[in-house]
Design a binder for this molecule. Structure first.
Ligand code: UDX
Length: 442
């Protein structure tokens, strides 16, 4: 089997590298020449643990080839499209990259003699494969869907920082199809790719597969907004603790323990975008999804909880220095997209605070957004130095090492807001001047 992957962003490159790692011949295509040059020189445009090694090995073995030329996909049997589908300002999903990619793929399919499958991994509103991609392919290839070429929806559920594991050993594989020929080709590909790993294959129609992706992310986002709501309730009731509550409810098999970590809200490239998109999609279809609207609203407010808790201890923050520990939207990534740190920093700045920041990996990315509005520190110690207070914003493992002794040694005033529950209240309460942990009712 020879596969082509169109769009070498986070999902595309991970997919291409994992397919190649399993011995499948892969051609990775992207219109961005700079990006192709970088990857060819073993430099990835983003950080993902273990991915650089896999890309380098596959390029060396020639299992992975890279190109800007769509013609190179002609020798493949399946083209996986993984181009971006950002949200537009009006709440609708921008499908222009997908449309362009489909047209370029269609022109190559026109010259092919054999049946070619186009698999969509990009997150798209239900109806896109049939209503937009198939017509674009038909127009440019001069062939009919399910006759001259096949189309399927094959959404991904990768987490940043865990993308390779999630690709090689997924909880499920969703396959949206409309014809048997396409199904057979995809099953042949899966057999080779997953080999001995038994996948839970969910076979549905195209629109359902497309909706599953949004529903999956919307549910996880709702689980987070739910536990953050419980955290905010715990905050008001002395003696209660969200961690204990989460542990206990997570033992109920109907609830499950994952995604019950209370904090300052979710960020990243998927949850905020996909929750907004599914709300927009529902409204376009005449339904107001109030549950999801509240998931979003709760999440938009949650970062400010950090400032609110700090203000209880220092009511007037003017001319204070606050150390912000963690900038990336989650640990093990340099990704700053929709990172809650940005909101928190803007709120602190508006209150007249001098903000000092530290992140083990994301400083360079952060500089692009925060420019010279904050003081960038090279170490946690430097960030804490002379600070009047500290807020933990991202749960990097390094921050778990904080002790009351360290705070007393480096900070001017030992006030700590733990927004991600990386410290233990038992260790800190009463040992420093002021301590609040999200969801811990002091
Ligand atoms: C997510 C989905 O998990 C993945 O399936 C989808 O394909 C893309 O979106 P990702 O954005 O990489 O993946 O990160 P994830 O680990 O899911 O975390 C998202 C955000 O939720 C982070 O900001 C994280 O801090 C937050 N989160 C996660 C919580 O606040 N509490 C939790 O219990 C879990």
């Amino acid at each position: 089997m020879h596969v082509s992957v169109v769009g070498l962003g986070f999902v595309g490159l991970t997919t291409a590298a994992c397919l190649a790692y399993k011995g499948i011949k892969v051609t990775g295509i992207d219109i961005d020449e700079e990006k192709i040059k970088m990857i060819s020189n073993n430099l990835l445009p983003f950080y993902e643990p273990g991915l650089a090694e896999k890309v380098t090995q596959s390029l060396k073995r020639k299992d992975l080839m890279l190109s800007t030329d769509f013609e190179t996909l002609s020798s493949s049997k399946v083209t996986i499209i993984t181009v971006g589908t950002p949200n537009k300002n009006d709440g609708t999903v921008d499908l222009s990259y997908l449309q362009q990619a489909a047209e370029s793929v269609g022109k190559v399919i026109r010259k092919k003699l054999d049946f070619h499958v186009v698999a969509l991994k990009s997150t798209v509103p239900p109806g896109t494969a049939l209503g937009i991609v198939a017509p674009a392919l038909e127009r440019t290839s001069g062939k009919r869907v399910s006759e001259g070429f096949g189309i399927c929806s094959n959404p991904e559920f990768l987490r940043e920082g865990n993308a390779i594991q999630d690709t090689l050993y997924p909880d499920k594989v969703v396959l949206g199809i409309i014809d048997k020929k396409t199904k057979q080709i995809m099953l042949t590909l899966y057999r080779q790719f997953y080999y001995r790993y038994k996948v839970n294959l969910v076979e549905v129609n195209l629109q359902t597969a497309e909706l599953i992706k949004y529903a999956n992310n919307a549910f996880l986002a709702t689980k987070i907004s739910f536990i953050n709501t419980i955290a905010n309730i715990c905050q008001q009731i002395s003696g209660t603790d969200v961690e204990k509550v989460a542990h206990a409810i997570g033992l109920d098999k109907r609830i499950g323990p994952l995604f019950l970590k209370a904090g300052l809200g979710y960020g990243g490239s998927c949850f905020p975008k996909d929750v907004a998109a599914i709300i927009g999609i529902a409204e376009q279809h005449g339904y107001s999804p109030d549950l999801l609207k509240n998931t979003e609203k709760i999440n938009q407010l949650q970062p400010y909880k950090a400032v609110e808790l700090l203000k209880i201890m220092i009511p007037d923050l003017r001319d204070t220095k606050v150390a912000v520990l963690g900038l990336a939207f989650k640990p093990d990534t340099t990704d700053m997209r929709e990172a809650v740190s940005v909101k928190i920093i803007h709120a602190l700045k508006a209150l007249g605070v001098t903000v000092r920041v530290y992140d083990p990996m994301a400083i360079n990315e952060a500089k692009k957004i925060l420019t010279n509005s904050v003081l960038y520190c090279k170490t946690m110690k430097e960030c804490l130095s002379e600070a009047d207070a500290c807020i933990i914003v991202t749960e990097w493992p390094e921050f778990r090492k904080l002790t009351p002794h360290m705070l007393r040694k480096y900070m001017k005033n030992t006030i700590l807001v733990d927004g991600r529950r990386v410290t233990s209240p038992n260790t800190f309460v009463g040992k420093i001047a002021g301590y609040v942990a999200i969801g811990h009712g002091n």
